[in-house]
Design a protein around this ligand. Sequence first.
Ligand SMILES: *Cc1c(COP(=O)(O)O)cnc(C)c1O
Length: 395
Amino acid sequence: MPEARRETTLAHDSEVDGSGSVVPPIHQTSLFTFDSYEEMLEAVRGERDHYIYSRGLNPTVRAFEKKVAQLEGAEDSRAFGSGMAAISAAVLSQVRAGDRVVCIRNVYPDAYKLFTQWLPRFGVKTEFVDGGDVDAVVAKLEGARVLYLENPSSLVFGLQDVAALAAAAKARGVTTILDNSWATPLYQRPLEHGVDLVVHSASKYLSGHSDVVAGIVLGPAATIAAITDRELTILGAKLSPSEAWLLLRGLRTLAVRLERHGRSARQVAEVLRRHPAVAAVHFPELPTHPHHALFTRDFSGSSGLLSFELADEAAVRPFVNGLELFRLGVSWGGHESLVYPAAIGHAARGPTSAIRDFGVPKRLIRLHVGLEHPDDLVEDLEKAFAAVKGGGVSI
Ligand SMILES: *Cc1c(COP(=O)(O)O)cnc(C)c1O
């Protein structure tokens, strides 16, 4: 579908029930009944299109899946109860004991836990490489089963040459999986660059209002069917119909929300870039970003998530406490502005932590730029910088 038409796809729901309603109903039902023994038999044999039980397919969930598949240019998709459920299902659908995964550094921290704390129990090991170094990644691919990408990566927003990596993986029989949560299918279409499976945390921009936790896997119909029969059915991490309905509502405004998130993030990034207390800004759209050329080649826009490093680590705490509009919290992609200091991640419990193990600087602060007026957000940041200075910390 041409770029200009995707907003139209977003604004319409095709799964209406003939009543004239512009919003589809919520099929809040666990099971679906049949008119006869024969109908039920045909349905369980897969010879008849009929819903059976909501741990599998559900019409409201199906409407969400179809809409995202259309946007992403995927043959099919399967929704899950969280982004992590979608990621785990996608990875587990591909690996078996003895396999090796190649994963970029600075991957989403709970995906890192899947690779480092859980899969090794089943004889699957993972090697982490710098996703910005094509040769380094390709050197690890021979004999691997999965190449796991996240473009851009978490917290530091590094980019990968997705087309080159996916081609190298394909040539060696390696399945490429890519987490596209930051850009959404509106701003990056990895399947067109040879990626096999795309995953999203739909808890972020696809829902857009910080009221849903959900995920989705997209790719070839046969792979999605296999994931439905095994990982969805057996592990059971399905999406609820009422949350699918909220996601459908969120999707209708995705294009206009993203436009505003991106524009405001640009304004914030420019202010941070010029501020003397800031040592670095991590936002791929800035011409100073080391992977800016890949950004202009592969992305058609920016969302509202970026990070920066304060020159002085001691300034992190007073700076964060000095913010009012940017609320302290994990996650992102909703209407509201949020701040997450990497130093908090360094302090987290557990034997491994992606933030610690990948050496994310403690002076790094992640911002989600929300839908508030950007001038208010800039004022909030300037007030926090002033509070740090007033408190005697040199910035
Ligand atoms: C939040 C997030 C996830 C996990 O999604 P949940 O819906 O929280 O399970 C995965 N990848 C990225 C990039 C994320 O930001």
